[in-house]
Design a protein around this ligand. Structure first.
Ligand code: HEM
Length: 473
């Protein structure tokens, strides 16, 4: 019966079309953009000790927003992509090692990682040249909860990386572990942050709003809090943000001219740790004729913390002063337990006051969300389950087998019908479908679309080349 055969063929075609449409629907989305995040890497603990110790008698500096947290260097402002299981991420900031009166002079800048599964590569600009520094492994790339992260990957020096250490380390040597994270950019949130931050224009009577204040308190203080002695941490809240080497206080309002200004900001940065409990809240900067003081609420009292000299200059719709040196006031000595003296240098400040509605505030290094720390509960099964639920993950996992089952069932029906026709009459010749051949290409295409083992685009070069300018001792 030709009708039965045609029905079988139609059923098969319909099933095949269904599979094709399911596969199209289920095909992995284009690369996910990653933006904002941090990479923590201490290079090698013994190297750090050597640099500042009696042999090299040198020093270590960080710059371009990099900071030191718990001995490791924290690089910031991730940008990259996650595609076909591979994360390719660039970070910003540099760390500079100097010693032996300048014989040792090396800058590691703008690290980047390529990582898939449980292994990858760490690249670093060494004195301006991009170098594959270390092979990474032993920790799984976790893409869940809106971040892509790796916690505590082992780092093994490459032959190219070894050259950066003048032959004192050999390829294969263990470096400090690497942890990194980057936020997955939501599909439809391109400019909300800018819109939110859209500053308010100044009025004619010098009243301003929307100003920001960046201040890191003091680098050695942060190192002390996060280091082995205090073994602590800090948190920002109520309008303050952590930029790594600086904290940003926001919603600054008050009056401002170039030389005289009073700006009240919002936000708290709270340091906690062994014998450390210090919250700096709602700072105010006040200056007369360029002589200024920064005060904040500390322990329920408003205390003058640092003094500075700064005139604001007008540029690009902002009144701004950057990298303004500060010194500790007498009143703030007890705030830091007496470890620093009045007049000691504290971290520089940045004051930026928008004068026009379209003025763009200087960007804060973007550390992204707090990465999920690996814990005993983070079993591979738990991670996989989280990926499935949180990402809405890859529907191919169940759709492909289900769809193939549909095709195979239809194919089997078609074969059975065709065989029956074949046995009973010549109409069987109408059946030109070769059912058994159908599922295989679909399957292969699905794998190809899934991209397993496909080539990975090389990461873009960092926008700022490896620094090396700030070589002053
Ligand atoms: C005047 C030139 C230099 C002298 C006299 C010198 C001397 C030394 C000495 C004596 C050590 C052994 C330290 C120890 O065992 O505790 C050492 C270690 C080391 N040096 Fe130098 N060095 C020089 C230049 C450099 C340069 C240019 C680099 C490049 C980065 C470098 C990287 C290292 C490293 C990576 C170690 C091993 C540190 C460790 O992990 O213990 N050195 N150096």
């Amino acid at each position: 019966m030709p009708h039965a055969t045609a029905r079988a063929a139609r059923a098969l075609l319909a099933a095949t079309a269904l599979v094709a449409s399911l596969l199209l629907w289920a095909a992995p989305a284009a690369a996910e953009d990653l933006s904002g995040g941090r990479l923590d890497w201490g290079v090698k603990a013994s190297f750090r000790t050597y640099i500042t110790g009696p042999i090299a008698q040198g020093e270590i500096q960080t710059g371009d927003g990099a900071s030191t947290v718990d001995g490791a260097y924290r690089f910031h402002s991730a940008s990259g992509s996650y595609e076909d299981g591979t994360a390719v991420i660039d970070y910003q900031g540099w760390v500079y090692f100097w010693g032996h009166e300048g014989e040792l002079d090396v800058t590691f800048a703008n690290p980047s990682v390529e990582y898939s599964g449980s292994s990858g590569t760490l690249y670093v600009y060494v004195n301006g040249s991009r170098t594959d520094m270390a092979s990474l492994g032993g920790a799984a790339l976790d893409v869940s909860g809106g971040t892509a992260s790796v916690s505590g990957a082992s780092a093994t020096l490459t032959a190219n990386g070894a050259a950066a250490f003048a032959g004192y380390y050999e390829a294969g040597q263990a470096l400090d572990p690497v942890s990194f994270s980057a936020d997955v950019v939501a599909a439809e949130a391109p400019e909300t942050e800018e819109a939110e931050e859209s500053p308010t224009a100044a009025t004619e009577d010098d009243t301003v709003s929307g100003a920001v204040l960046d201040w890191g308190v003091r680098a050695s203080w942060r190192e002390y809090v996060s280091g082995d002695i205090a073994d602590g941490a800090w948190a920002t809240e109520d309008g303050a943000a952590d930029g790594g080497a600086v904290f940003r206080f926001t919603e600054g309002a008050g009056t401002a001219t170039a030389t005289d200004y009073e700006l009240s900001y919002q936000g708290t940065v709270a340091f906690t740790g062994t014998d450390v409990d210090l919250a700096v809240t709602d700072p105010v900067v006040t200056a007369t004729a360029g002589e200024g003081v920064l005060s904040a609420e500390v322990g329920g009292e408003r205390i003058d913390l640092v003094a500075f000299e700064a005139e604001l200059t007008e540029a690009d719709g902002l009144l701004i002063a950057e990298e303004v040196p500060t010194t500790l006031t007498e009143a703030a000595v007890p705030v830091f337990g007496g470890y620093y003296q009045a007049g000691d240098p504290m971290d520089p400040i940045l004051i930026a006051v928008p004068l026009t509605a379209d003025a763009v505030l200087p960007p804060l290094p973007d550390l992204g969300s707090d990465p999920v720390e690996a814990s005993p509960s983070d079993t591979p099964e738990a991670t996989a389950a989280a990926e499935r639920t949180e990402e809405g993950a890859n529907p191919l996992v169940w759709i492909v087998p289900a769809a193939l089952l549909v095709v195979l069932a239809a194919a089997a029906a078609a074969v059975a019908i065709t065989r029956r026709r074949g046995r009973t009459g010549p109409e069987a010749a109408e059946t030109t479908v070769e059912p058994a051949a159908e599922p295989t290409p679909a399957d292969a295409d699905a794998s190809a679309e899934n991209g397993r083992g496909g080539p990975t685009a090389p990461p873009a070069a960092p926008s700022a080349e490896g620094s090396g300018n700030d070589k002053e001792k």
